[in-house]
Design a protein. Structure first.
Length: 123
């Protein structure tokens, strides 16, 4: 059902995982590929950084592997929390509720604010 969580051996015998060990990429019924829980997770689980602010990149953000696979939902089970690391804004993916093995991780998101383009608030 799920693809393997690819890892790479580093020179010091440690392994690098591009995704947290709690999730894996698999075929989504929402759209294309998605992130799925490979074990149960309680509400408030911080899965890691999804985006790093950098105005030099498209849309002003660098997207991490974790940020590349979760899908949108109007009834999400995760949210993006804003934190700052050395004065750089980053977004973390955090669970909104308890997740079970096999649950697809979803978040409400938009690449742009429609209100900005129809004369509304740009906040």
């Amino acid at each position: 059902m799920f693809s393997t969580n690819f890892s790479k051996k580093l020179g010091n015998n440690e392994e690098y995982y591009p995704l947290p060990k709690l999730v894996s990429v698999g075929k989504s019924e929402i759209h294309g590929l998605g992130l799925f829980a490979v074990e149960e997770m309680p509400v408030g689980t911080v899965l890691g950084i999804t985006h790093v602010e950098n105005k030099e990149f498209q849309h002003g953000w660098i997207r991490t592997p974790l940020g590349g696979f979760y899908n949108h939902s109007d009834t999400p089970n995760c949210y993006l929390r804003t934190v700052y690391l050395q004065e750089v804004e980053v977004r973390e993916l955090v669970t909104l509720k308890d997740l079970r093995l096999g649950d697809e991780l979803t978040c409400t998101y938009s690449l742009w604010n429609i209100d900005k383009y129809i004369g509304g608030s740009d906040e």
